[in-house]
Design a protein. Structure first.
Length: 224
């Protein structure tokens, strides 16, 4: 199997939980992917309290798009329009796998159709509920330095650092810091020491908080 073939494969675990054979890691929690997103990425970035028109969320690892849709639901419930989202993804899922991966989450169903309609493994820009969403395809180590944006909040959601170290290396975390607005934040499910130290060196005040489910800890941070 070539790398290209492997990047487009999904193994299904516990029914409809997608697992990447490339990284031997699930795309979201086996316990409850949407609840994990809300705990880690929304609460971890103090959303929706900080949302306002033009607020910009960026993500490393678009995956199934579940975090994007959870953000759209969050903004919709808060009555905030024109929130921006930019996601970086090296290995976009085929649309059929995306559809199957999102199917268990009925709460996101009203917005999932718009994402599926827009989904293009080569990248896309689309309006999804209150979000203006863009996916940039390619290795974030190359694509993020080229990006001219600055995020108010980051979802750092690559596969586990031990299995996907490229998406957590210190040079990339430095770029995350450089592409964060003053007062901006990050949240991630991992509490790995190397990741926390790299983010601190990138200019964030880093905290370790209780994680979701069986994960004891997660990490959040804010640029002064």
């Amino acid at each position: 199997m070539t790398d290209e073939d492997q990047s487009n494969c999904v193994i299904w675990q516990s029914g409809d939980v997608p697992v990447s054979p490339r990284f031997d890691d699930p795309y979201y929690s086996l316990e409850n992917g949407l609840a994990e997103t809300r705990h880690v990425f929304l609460d971890g970035n103090d959303l929706p309290a900080r949302l306002h028109p033009g607020f910009h969320v960026a993500e490393l690892g678009v995956g199934t798009g579940l975090n994007l849709l959870a953000l759209a639901l969050c903004a919709q419930a808060a009555g905030v329009e024109c929130v921006r989202y930019t996601g970086f993804e090296a290995y976009p899922l085929p649309k059929e796998d995306l559809k199957r991966a999102l199917a268990p989450f009925q709460e996101v169903a009203p917005l999932a159709g718009a994402l599926l309609d827009a989904w293009n493994p080569a990248g896309f820009e689309a309006r999804i509920g209150p979000l203006t969403a863009r996916m940039i395809v390619g290795d974030a180590r190359q694509r993020l330095p080229e990006w001219d944006g600055a995020a108010d909040a980051w979802f750092l959601d690559g596969f586990a650092p031990a299995k996907n170290p490229e998406l957590w290396e210190s040079d990339l975390m430095t770029e995350v810091g450089a592409h964060t607005a003053a007062g901006g934040s990050f949240a991630t499910y991992t509490a790995a020491g190397d990741v926390r130290r790299a983010l601190a060196a990138a200019g964030f005040e880093v905290e370790r908080l209780p994680g979701f489910g069986r994960k004891r800890h997660m990490s959040v941070g804010r640029r002064p």
